[in-house]
Write a protein that binds this ligand. Structure first.
Ligand code: ATP
Length: 288
């Protein structure tokens, strides 16, 4: 038996860091939404009970460090599953990019194995298990649009923004989320107005969403990689309505209502940056 589960990337419309907790995590508040740039997770039943993983790109671990492998192992243990699985990942999402590539692979593996192994569990249970793998995994289990709080695992689902185009621009370096958190100056963060963006989303006010985009981690990433700041300014100079770095970076994205403007940015940048994508926002949540 074999099935394929789509694993879409996310972007942050806002990312706020509220402080550091006693357990070492940072307390965050962020609006995340899924975009139509996706890995494809192929799941094939193994009768010998083993879990194996393989990726079509060399720079992602094809072993137990892979978050998809960890998701399978967790489900197998939790439900006492006898069967095994071979996981093959078609990797389309840039790695260490701020797009939750690893987390979404883990989330898609949880959804897919629920079907392949006939576990009959709920999406809420999968999200709860996903939090053990990573803070962004619960959001990726559901998809859609949500406000994430706590260390990112506490979700409040909200309606999706109005349909629009997203140009994703991934510069060549990778940003380690841990390193960027280490560089944060908690006393001098630029806090986004999350409530204002949520209001604009609910009112389908595209301009309001674009004006409110904000990421408290930008300055730390820009400090380490000044070229990401220049890239953001360059994207803005093409006339994008809203521009922001996603997650801890280094991917910068632009939101546009008009496809020809999105294409113009794509054409203007593709000679300078190897990974540029024009995609749509994905409004719908996942179902099991
Ligand atoms: P986030 O936005 O959640 O911070 P990211 O997009 O910045 O995530 P990822 O692409 O998830 O970063 O990769 C971060 C690290 O996770 C990499 O060092 C990579 O080797 C490891 N990793 C483990 N499993 C995967 C996977 N399935 N896909 C991509 N990276 C993975």
């Amino acid at each position: 038996m074999h099935l394929i589960e789509k694993a879409p990337a996310k972007i942050n419309l806002t990312l706020d860091v509220l402080g550091k907790r006693d357990d070492g995590y940072h307390e965050v508040e962020m609006i995340m939404t899924t975009v139509d740039l996706a890995d494809r997770i192929h799941l094939t039943l193994r009768d010998d009970g083993r879990i194996s993983v393989d990726v079509d790109k060399g720079f992602v671990p094809g072993n137990e460090q892979n978050l998809a492998y960890q998701a399978a192992k967790l489900l197998k243990t939790e439900f006492g599953v006898k069967a095994g699985v071979h996981i093959f990942i078609e990797k389309n999402i840039p790695v260490s990019a701020g797009l939750a590539g690893g987390s979404t692979d883990a989330a898609a593996t949880l959804r897919g194995l629920n079907r392949l192994w006939r576990l009959g569990t709920t999406i809420d249970k999968l999200a709860e298990l996903g939090a053990e793998i990573g803070s962004d995994v619960p959001f990726c289990v559901y998809g859609g649009t949500a406000i994430a709080r706590g260390r990112g695992e506490k979700l409040e689902h909200i309606p999706s923004p109005p349909p629009c185009w997203v140009v994703l621009v991934k510069p060549p370096m990778g940003a380690s989320t841990k390193d960027i958190y280490g560089k944060l100056d908690l006393d001098h963060l630029k806090h986004p107005d999350t409530a204002a963006v949520v209001k604009a989303i609910r009112e389908k006010n595209f301009r309001g969403i674009c004006e409110g985009l904000g990421n408290a981690m930008e300055d730390a990433t820009f400090g380490l990689y000044p070229e990401v700041k220049s890239l953001k300014e360059r994207v803005r100079s093409f006339g994008a309505e809203g521009v922001l770095m996603s997650g801890s970076g280094p991917t910068v994205y632009a939101l546009l209502q008009n496809q020809s403007r999105a294409d113009r940015i794509y054409n203007g940048l593709k000679g300078f940056v190897s990974q540029v994508f024009v995609v749509r926002l994905l409004g719908a949540k996942h179902h099991l």
